[in-house]
Design a protein around this ligand. Sequence first.
Ligand code: ATP
Ligand code: MG
Length: 582
Amino acid sequence: MQVARYSRLFIPTLKDPPADATAVSHQLLVRGGFIRQLAAGSYSHLPLAKRTLTKIEAIVAEEMDAIGGQRFHLPALHPADLWKESGRWFDIGDEMFRLKDRRGSDHCLGMTHEEIFAAIARDELRTYRQLPQVWYQIQTKFRDEPRPKSGVLRTREFTMKDAYSFTVDQAGLDAAYEDQRGVYERIFTRCGLQFVMVQAHSGMMGGSGSAEFMVRTEAGEDLVAACPNRDYAANLETATSRIPEEPDEPPTSSSPEKFPTPGVVTIEALGRPPYSVAPRRQLKTLVYMVDDKPIVAVVRGDHSLNEAKLQTATAGVNIRPARSDEIVALMGAQAGSLGAVDFTGATVLVDRALERRANMVTGANEDGFHLRGVDVGRDLLARGATLADLRSVAAGEGCPRCDGTLDVFKALEVGHIFKLGTIYSTPLGATVLTAEGKEVPLVMGSYGIGMERIMAAAVELHHDEQGMIWPFSIAPFQATVLTLDKEPELARAAEEVVDQLARAGVEVLFDDRDERPGVKFKDADLVGIPLRIAVGQRGLAEGKVEWKLRRDQAVELIPLADVGSKAQALLRAELPDWAVAR
Ligand code: ATP
Ligand code: MG
């Protein structure tokens, strides 16, 4: 549909955003008539959103096809068996939608498709000669997210482009992963997103390495640490940093000394007189339940524990802070008086930043008492505790690669690429024969992008007080045409403009509604169509119309006769691939 008449379309714009909408993309996509909520974390895409999403999908498919990706469409309803074979049926908790069919067999709704693609590979691929294979789909995923929020940024049903590479060895995987990295960069660039690629935590996917593509925005739920020198960027879930050595006094006694601290249950309280122990000289002891087993984690008093890092360190799946009854049962004291010295009831992990620290203060594992003179090496590490990277890095700390200072900011994950290796092919028995005739497990990679996330991220990045400002590449329409008054000759001139644009190959939204110009202008700005042509009395007297880009303030009067060619030149510049497609 090259030309659409607004009067015939369903664009239910609203003056006010939903009361619970905090993210700008949530507010504007609802107000602009793009989406409507069906239930928590479940949204209907109305026609404008569908047009934008179709364009995003086309860009994604084009880029995937360009590196030899082959498009599939797999079921969303999965028999539980394959998920049991990989083990994830048991590892994944409430995030998986599970159901039984009429015969009572277990099924789930696909939250990702490693198992299903790997099963096809297992059944069909025999030899290295068939490799590499790059398979993908653009398909619905279901995840029972604990906190669906921010409109379509985090939903329980969403559309993902998920791709999987199958290679015979690690070198093949490295090459496939590099291809995907390039594809992702091109996709996000074409969709008008500014992004950073960051080192990431692999989470429930597992595997040896992964990178996330992040858009810097307050609407994001992730934190990224990045060096302004551009040599380092990582999700806080894996980021490391340089921090100054702490000069400690050598221990004065051969063992820690207990001292009374009645009522002192926080790091801050111990930092105040009469104790005055600086938080960086304290040990903070935390108890977690990892897959229902207790783990004690120790970090510096002024540092915070990162749960994803704890998950990595314990190779655990389900992690939560222990409840107070669990803490007392394990440690014999309440949170606030905990310490790991002389504790042997569970695995003790000590953050690396504490490795050489001496003369520290920690809870005595007895309510109302602390220990001083704690030497981390002597009193913890020599007695069975293990070092691990546990702390979250903070803004202002040193870059691990150069002498720069890390910045920490909120970011939205739009894509994630994983080197899975053989963690799925081994349990599923997906093997091939090498050139030497040896049977080896397929080496896999997995690569996901959220379609609705791209749409919402574009709005987070490109909007103003009046509404959305779509990049040309994913705008629901490229141009909109309206009249400044109701005279019939204006309408006739507008039709002429629309006609020129259509002949030039531009997608036009013609606002032919019987509405005041003010209403039309407001809607045009809210909906964010990148080019607006307005036909008014004054201009038309000289054969001219108003040309305005949504992203600029300037309004230019141009000859009506030039609209088509000027729009075509604009689109050629904005969309390098556009001219080729025509
Ligand atoms: P997040 O940390 O945001 O939950 P994830 O690590 O679970 O993401 P992946 O499993 O890697 O995400 O999924 C690939 C892509 O799918 C993500 O980069 C994101 O764009 C999109 N995505 C994931 N979960 C959701 C969701 N609940 N709603 C919308 N899009 C999502
Ligand atoms: Mg998730």
